[in-house]
Design a protein around this ligand. Structure first.
Ligand SMILES: [Zn+2]
Length: 451
């Protein structure tokens, strides 16, 4: 079905909702049709449904190397899992292995992604050993990559960048349109916290949150902003604390010449540190899960526009890979690519914390705009036909159980992940989910050009 009309739905954007009949042709929305009687085309009845732009998950780790193993959800399976919860595009990472140079890492990742049913883009991770080599400036442009990612920690993995390295990244960002993103946890502070725990003999996995204290993001952000004479824009991934948000609010006032963007994740919105008293090893993630006060600040941040993007940081390790009795030996990361839309609908819109408009802004419009994803993030004519249809408050009559990550556990509660309201998920005109059921054959996604 190359041409059809989605008729009678309410299309949501960050500015509001309005009824529209979407004409879909060859994977794109070409027109909002006024009078349906003039068109002899198949009609998809969207009466009583909300139509949102497809979710863009700007932070996934499919098939990511971890020591001599990999995260268990690859692009093909992880893409299906994501589609089953409304995701139509992802931005994953190119992270050079110790044996690879940047070009080799890029080529290998374009092989890995084959078979992904979603449209995709990449962030290029700059390890310390390449930070002062300007060769990557050219690679980003040559391969049209969405963004660069730097780290202020993980020294043992060769990722932590020092002041001179950071200067080089900032110089790139100030001269190019590409976005510079950071994992902001302060390495010095983390080391001090770890040494303190070790001195007290506190290696048990239950001390994981104390090994990454509450102020580690705030301090890393402050240091990053103090570096560099060039006013580069910065995007901070997976912020978890009220303190970090307060730091951003303050910094936006004192640095009006720079754009500072904030991402958070579903796990920081609804899961809290109490899990470390029970199943600590299954819930390790960096930064750790925080307090109810931090959760409230993050929801408020979405509502008031302080938080720009909600992405998953999906990083799935199988149960046996997660099992660990000490915080030093843990593999941090959670399966969450299928949690963005359910958590924001059930816990956000459903509980009056955010509006549908807020949801569209942080899951679709902003990621498309910030990472310059051409054709994404809007349902106005000229954009890709990527959308999610939500059936009011009436649960769909589906017996199907949802797909689950190969991690084979979920940190989220059942009611947080409920999605019986999810009717259709469409990527460039193709139905990935039809009447609540994941389609058997999803076809392949495409590399998203930059706009
Ligand atoms: Zn991540």
């Amino acid at each position: 079905m190359d041409r059809y009309i989605v008729a009678g739905g309410l299309v949501v954007s960050s500015k509001g909702s309005m009824p529209a009949n979407l004409l879909v042709e060859d994977g794109r929305i070409t027109e909002w049709v006024g009078d349906l009687r003039e068109r002899d085309l198949p009609i998809i009845d969207a009466g009583g449904t909300l139509i949102l732009p497809g979710i863009i998950d700007a932070h996934t780790h499919f098939h990511m190397a971890s020591g001599d193993q990999f995260t268990v959800d690859d692009f093909s399976f992880g893409g299906r899992l994501a589609a089953s919860a409304g995701v139509t595009s992802i931005i994953d990472f190119i992270e050079p292995l110790s044996t690879q140079n940047l070009s080799e890492a890029i080529m290998a990742r374009f092989e890995d992604v084959k078979g992904c049913p979603l449209d995709y883009q990449f962030h290029l991770v700059i390890p310390q050993r390449f930070a002062r080599d300007p060769a990557w400036f050219e690679l980003i442009d040559r391969y049209h990559l969405a963004a660069v990612k730097g780290f202020t920690t993980y020294r043992e993995d060769g990722l932590c960048l020092d002041a001179e390295d950071l200067e080089n990244l900032l110089a790139w960002a100030s001269k190019h349109v590409g976005l510079l993103t950071f994992h902001a946890e302060d390495d010095g502070l983390l080391r001090a916290a770890e040494e303190k725990l070790l001195a007290k003999g506190q290696s048990d996995i239950c001390f994981f949150p104390q090994s990454r204290p509450l102020d580690t993001e705030e301090i890393a952000i402050r240091k990053l902003l103090a570096i560099g004479s060039l006013p580069a824009d910065l995007y901070f991934v997976h912020l978890s604390t009220r303190k970090a948000l307060d730091t951003i609010i303050e910094a936006r006032q004192t640095h009006p010449d720079r754009a500072l963007w904030v991402e958070t994740c579903p796990q920081y919105l609804v899961l809290d540190e109490s899990v470390y008293e029970r199943e600590a090893d299954l819930n390790t993630v960096c930064p750790p899960l925080r307090t109810h006060e931090d959760q409230a600040a993050l929801w408020m941040g979405i509502r008031t526009g302080i938080v720009d993007v909600v992405a998953s940081d999906h990083c799935a390790f199988a149960l046996e890979m997660k099992r660990s009795s000490t915080w030093q030996a843990t593999r941090a990361g959670l399966p969450s690519v299928d949690a963005i839309l359910p958590v924001l609908v059930n816990e956000g819109v459903g509980k009056g914390r955010i509006s549908w408009e807020d949801l569209v802004r942080v899951t679709s419009e902003n990621p498309a705009r910030l990472f310059r994803l051409k054709g994404k993030g809007s349902l106005t004519p000229g954009h890709d036909a990527d959308f999610v249809m939500i059936s009011g408050h009436k649960p769909l009559d589906t017996k199907e159980t949802f797909l689950q990550s190969r991690a084979a556990y979920s940190p989220f509660h059942k009611e947080q992940m409920d999605r019986r309201w999810l009717k259709h998920v469409v990527r460039r005109g193709e139905f990935l989910v039809l009447d609540g059921r994941l389609e058997a054959s999803l076809g392949n996604g495409s590399f998203i050009p930059l706009g």
